[in-house]
Design a binder for this molecule. Sequence first.
Ligand SMILES: *Cc1c(COP(=O)(O)O)cnc(C)c1O
Length: 376
Amino acid sequence: MSDGIASAKERLVSADGATGRLTIDLSALARNYTNLCARVAPARAGAVVKANAYGLGVERVALTLYDSGCRHFFVAQFSEAAKLRPLLSKNAQIFVLNGLQPGDEIACAEHGIVPVVNSLQQWQRWSGIAKLLGRSLPTVLQFDTGMSRLGIPVEECNAMAAELSAQNNIEVLFLMSHLASADEVDNQQNNAQFVAMKRIADQFPGFEMCLANSAGIFLGKDYHGVLTRPGIALYGGAPTAGKSNPMEPVVSLEVAVVQTRTVPVGSRIGYAGAYVAKTEIRVATIAAGYADGLPRSLSGRGAVFFMGTRLPITGRVSMDSLTVDITPLPEKTLSLGSFVEVLGPNQSLEDLARDAGTISYEILTRLGDRYTKLYR
Ligand SMILES: *Cc1c(COP(=O)(O)O)cnc(C)c1O
């Protein structure tokens, strides 16, 4: 397909000049959401759309999820919530997981955003604003059940319960906590955190719990509470380590070839001459590097694919490009303007993450903004 109609068509698709195409399958996203809803029913599934919906574009992602019935959206920061709020109808709630930062209180209240309260001090500030505004404000109480990251410490539960019963201007929607090891089914920490959360819930009669991220959903019914908080599984990532992935892929990434060449035996390729050709080989330079979210740790380890053929990365990943060995392909199969598969049917997020020594989350959230995003 070197200079044929197919490659001319491919060039047309990236008419904005971008040499990388990140395709996001919104119907697969919707099916993943529906699949999770069915797994957790009668509990509900919210959606974690922090970090620009794990890099996929929060606007299209959130609207697709809303249309699929999602009404609970979780972000990390107030600024993300403020950006999302005008896009969603009022019957959708937006929660700020990182809590209530000093200075955000009034804006949070006025935009109708729900801060997760992570400490007694945050509770007092939120309740102070409710008094000031003369109306009731919503929140979620997050407890630390063993991750030591965010949430009210277990030792402060009594004080928190006392605060709650002493006032009526804060409406607590549910109790939450986060699991540290949910992607490992047999990890003892899962049950320990579940038991801790149960004990906390006993101190707050009448309030339901929200505990499970994607992996937590697959730990079983006990963990579902009233509401779940999937992120990575919506976007096609594998929820559980070492198990086959029940989710549909959502993301594919193709990157253009910007040069091909024949490299004589003994030649060095890339920075530091890290790769030395042991025989004559053919290589292609493709237009994405670590600035586009392909980690430098893929140097000499990872691969891309072309028409199902694996093309190993030769030498170091540069900022804007990397080179691959195309000798396995018949000559002239691939040329300037061809697109190779970085993520797709031959290479999953988990495959690329494993080669890069990281996790699917980091691969997804770092995919660069030089790619054209195509929504299907
Ligand atoms: C990011 C996050 C999630 C989503 O986790 P996934 O593993 O992507 O499903 C859920 N809850 C909290 C508190 C988070 O920070």
